[in-house]
Design a protein around this ligand. Structure first.
Ligand SMILES: Cc1cc2nc3c(=O)[nH]c(=O)nc-3n(C[C@H](O)[C@H](O)[C@H](O)COP(=O)(O)O)c2cc1C
Length: 195
């Protein structure tokens, strides 16, 4: 399905083609493609080069996958259970050089995940991020140390059959993508538009 951005200004193809489908095929993701996703994450920038991101990888059929699935809210479980890979995204809460709280750890994690999902497009994969999960439950099931925060889950895989989705999901899967206009998000001094 073509859900590429209907962009106003030119952007690179990875940004243009990425979107968040729910119709996953059950085709497994090759090990080397998965490695490239984490390689992309590794090269994201971070404050003090802390690299606070950590990833717990579940592959369909293994215990980690089942535990990540168990932590998802019911809505996400309905579609995410077809994805062959579920990754739990974690952030280290403090800086390692002084043990003080890292106020940008979630920001840095978000950048690393953004790198991963763009690399996924490059590898011919689809991705879908989720905050609809119980972080406490994930921490308990996966024995995550107190010094890390479970922030989100990303599903990775290949595109499947949108007709297999429940009705409401089918509609959002096939509907037009929505975005704010540049003038609503980019400002000069005093809130004056710059684009
Ligand atoms: C941090 C984050 C949390 C999200 N949580 C969910 C979720 O729990 N369930 C879901 O179906 N989609 C979730 N999404 C997907 C968004 O709804 C989607 O990115 C947004 O509608 C824009 O669509 P696009 O990614 O196709 O451009 C999440 C996305 C992000 C970045």
């Amino acid at each position: 399905m073509d859900k590429a951005a209907h962009n106003i200004y030119p952007v690179n193809e990875l940004v243009r083609k990425r979107w968040s489908p729910r119709a996953f095929s059950e085709k497994p993701v090759e090990e080397e493609k998965l490695n490239s996703l984490f390689e992309a994450a590794r090269w994201a920038p971070s404050a003090f080069n802390e690299q606070p991101w950590r990833f717990i990888v579940g592959r369909k059929g293994n215990e980690v996958y089942d535990k990540i699935m168990q932590s998802l809210v019911e809505w996400n479980r309905q579609w995410a259970g077809r994805a062959p890979v579920l990754v739990l995204n974690l952030a280290r809460k403090t800086f390692s050089h002084n043990n003080k709280p890292n106020g940008v750890a979630l920001y840095d994690l978000g950048q690393a995940v953004a790198f991963m999902i763009l690399e996924a497009v490059n590898q011919g994969l689809i991705s879908h991020e989720m905050s609809g999960f119980d972080a406490g439950e994930a921490a308990r099931l996966l024995e995550i140390p107190e010094s890390f925060q479970a922030v989100s889950v990303t599903a990775f895989g290949y595109y499947g059959d949108p007709d297999a989705l429940p009705r409401d999901m089918y509609e959002s899967e096939t509907g037009k993508r929505q975005r704010k206009n540049p003038g609503e998000i980019v400002f000069g001094a005093g809130g004056r538009p710059v684009v």
